[in-house]
Design a protein around this ligand. Structure first.
Ligand code: FES
Length: 107
């Protein structure tokens, strides 16, 4: 009986790790979604879902790849290509933003 409980605990733990390592990124207007590794940018996630978000600098400077996050946690490392107001409105620069949870984007 005890062994079973331990096995269950081990399985649950494995499951947790998997859940942390990948996130579901969904695109509301396109009706697509994709499961991605947590280190992947939202722009790369879109590409793997077959979507092309316009992109120019790829470094968080120009603002071309800006998309609004509807739900979920993200982490952005931009280089000035977005204003505080835009961030307050929920926008991120997809070329330099990663999902920290399952996220839903407006795109
Ligand atoms: S492509 Fe320039 S900020 Fe993302």
């Amino acid at each position: 009986m005890r062994l079973r409980a331990e096995e269950h605990a081990a399985e649950a733990h494995e499951h947790e790790e998997t859940a942390q390592d990948t996130h579901c990124v969904s695109f509301k207007e396109s009706g697509k979604s994709v499961q991605v590794a947590s280190g992947m940018t939202l722009h790369a996630a879109a590409a793997s879902a077959g979507l092309t978000i316009p992109k120019a600098c790829g470094m968080g400077i120009c603002g071309t790849c800006r998309v609004r996050v509807l739900e979920g946690e993200t982490e952005m490392n931009h280089n000035g290509g977005i204003t505080e107001e835009e961030i307050d409105e929920g926008y991120v620069l997809t070329c330099c933003t990663k999902a920290k949870s399952d996220v839903s984007l407006e795109y």
